[in-house]
Design a protein around this ligand. Sequence first.
Ligand SMILES: Nc1nc2c(ncn2[C@@H]2O[C@H](COP(=O)(O)OP(=O)(O)OP(=O)(O)O)[C@@H](O)[C@H]2O)c(=O)[nH]1
Ligand SMILES: [Mg+2]
Length: 619
Amino acid sequence: MITERQNIRNVAIIAHVDHGKTTLVDGLLRQAKVFRENQQVSNRVMDSNDLERERGITILSKNTAITIPDPKTGELVKINIVDTPGHADFGGEVERVMNMVDGALLLVDAAEGPMAQTRFVLKKALAMGHKVIVVINKMDRKDADPDATLNKTFDLFVELGATDEQADFPVVYANGIEGRAGLTKDLGPNLQPLFDTILENINPPKVDPDAPFQMLVANIAYDDYRGLSAIGRINRGRVHVGDALARMKLDGTVTTEHARYLYTYNGLNKVETEEVEAGDIIVMAGLEGVAIGETLADPEHQEALPAIYVEEPTVKMTFGVNTSPFAGNEGKWGTSRKIRQRLYDELRNNVALRVEDTDTAENFVVSGRGELHLAILIETMRREGYEFQVSRPEVIFLSGANGEILEPYEEVDIDTSPDTVGTVVEMLGSRKGRMQNMVDNNDGSTHLSYVVPTRGLLGFRYQFLTATHGMGVLNTNFLEYAPYAGTIPGRLTNSIVAWENGTTSTYGLKNAEERGMLFLGPGVEVYEGMVVGESLRESDLAVNVCKKKHLTNMRQSNKDIEIRLNGIRQMSLDEAIEFLDDDELLEITPQNFRIRKKILDTEERGKNEHKIKVQANEK
Ligand SMILES: Nc1nc2c(ncn2[C@@H]2O[C@H](COP(=O)(O)OP(=O)(O)OP(=O)(O)O)[C@@H](O)[C@H]2O)c(=O)[nH]1
Ligand SMILES: [Mg+2]
């Protein structure tokens, strides 16, 4: 019999990047007294992995749960909360989380209003038929404009085809940092109004606990003791430790498993339990090889739930065995077998990623939702001890119904100062961007909306930040596949390349510096064909950066000895990936990343150079 589980709510928190999701979860946890008195808790406690903390963004969606009394009935209610990432490249996380919940909190920054990613996540929530509560957040911002934000959000619901019921959404105003919320713009002392709104508006799961067990694996996690675990909401029935289960795989085959360890969420912890019932979000541990999208079911009733659909990748790059002269020096793992295994393992929980073999055993094509999606994988692998090399990211072309070439396009939102608008417009124009709108923001900056081929955005971010003196804000979101936009010029600058193996010297680098901007200083081990800087010349330049000054018999003046180098551009991994040209690779090891030419030998490269540049321009 279908019943309502009044003591449970399952809700996801969704928003554009940085609109305050994870901070609001801190507030919810604090108010539900999840932390002990005087417990030291870091900010954005759910952003628990190293890369998330370093970059200040959420990468993986994560579950937590709080228990609060329902003010109307006095009964305790458990709210399962899923925090999701806001960055466009991790949209795949948001899409699949929608399968675990019955509703969503859509956070919108009161000053920024709805942005590119607000649209994407709202579209996903509405498509699942979820009830959405709008939280106008960051009410404390001086430039907050909650009325305009609310109006624009309402327009977005209508535009995205919300049902009347969905468009009649409840609104809560909040200041996530202080943990305060209100049903009007006057915020109360705590987040109670938000709790009340969740309890009233997000439906309790309607489920049949007596039906045969069935659950879609919406997420997976790994721990050293229990191995792989499946996370999901039980769709129907119940499961008890020891029960036999059919694991229905994505390829249609079925294996038999046992429910070995069961957990539910409680605050930041998981609580081991003997039995769980439909409607709750659970963790089932010890399921070797389990993958997202599989169904776990009663062996007598093997009915698979619809597989999780996630939008296809738009960008790809090659991951290959490190072929630099330094190969094997810095990494723990670097064989083609190890790299292949690691990449294919990643597919189990990185749903928007694709991996393909190529015609050589040393290289694999890895496709993802954007440069950041792939950069995070690269960074994760190097931290695990892998060394490998990657090629320049390229977009994935498709062919249309009439055989025409299609390529991905993105919606681009930019905020920048009026004096830099001209430069930005020019840059996007040359990248085949089409301006959609240009308006003045309240704070004196200018907002530009564009549609730009993804191809034109690869390698764009750093140039954009340079052009806007680091002040410009750039947001992109996949829009559609549409006909090929025509030739877009590649990188306008060329590389300064080491001429021979050795250790860089100030004297040698000084020579190189006169030709452009250096990426490294003296005393660095380099190899022939390694890129050490960027030049504005027509073509690459091989420079002997290891050259030592010959000492002569003559006494040298101090001025002569003290050679000083100007600035060095220290690149982040993301910037190095953006920098890559078609004839270059990025060598990645746990300790370093080095840009290098594909062909290391200077002479041989000279013969090929012309050919390569011409090919690149024809793309
Ligand atoms: N002024 C103000 N700033 C806030 C508020 N809530 C969050 N912030 C700040 O906004 C920034 C982003 O906060 P997060 O909680 O990481 O945002 P997020 O939505 O989880 O970001 P992603 O997960 O990366 O999409 C941080 O610097 C927060 O301190 C708020 O209510 N007011
Ligand atoms: Mg976050």
